[in-house]
Design a protein around this ligand. Structure first.
Ligand code: HEC
Length: 102
């Protein structure tokens, strides 16, 4: 019994760790000034992005070069600033995968 509980705890730690790391990366990259996972802040909620945008290349492009006009009905037309090269290509891809997986 003890062993079962210990492995369940271990398994959930392994599942939770990458998500936490990616949220940390988003915080460090300054994304959370305008975004949250659950709710619109300045930009759209990332859960809404995950539900509506299935195009990984578009999300990567939006983070690298910024985005304008895609979420006007939610944001009132505020643009998203470009993040390349402030955020490395590798981290942009991590953030895109994190957002798409929400
Ligand atoms: C200054 C505010 C601001 C910051 C900081 C910001 N965003 Fe955004 N973000 C926005 C706005 C506004 C939009 C909606 C743009 C539009 O209508 O096209 C948006 C849209 C997006 C989208 C959807 C793009 C699409 O193609 O539909 C993604 C993904 C995203 N942001 C990720 C990020 C990530 C990752 C970071 C950090 C590296 C970040 N944002 C930082 C304001 C911001």
């Amino acid at each position: 019994m003890k062993r079962i509980i210990a492995s369940a705890v271990l398994a959930s730690a392994f599942v939770a760790a990458p998500v936490m790391a990616d949220l940390d990366l988003a915080k460090k990259s300054g994304c959370m000034a305008c975004h949250s996972v659950e709710a619109k802040v300045v930009g759209p909620a990332w859960k809404d992005v995950a539900a509506q945008v299935k195009d990984r290349a578009r999300i990567i492009n939006s983070i690298k070069k910024g985005s304008k006009g895609s979420w006007t009905s939610v944001t009132g037309g505020v643009p998203m600033p470009p993040y390349s090269p402030r955020v490395s290509d590798e981290n942009v891809e991590k953030l895109a995968d994190f957002i798409m997986g929400l």
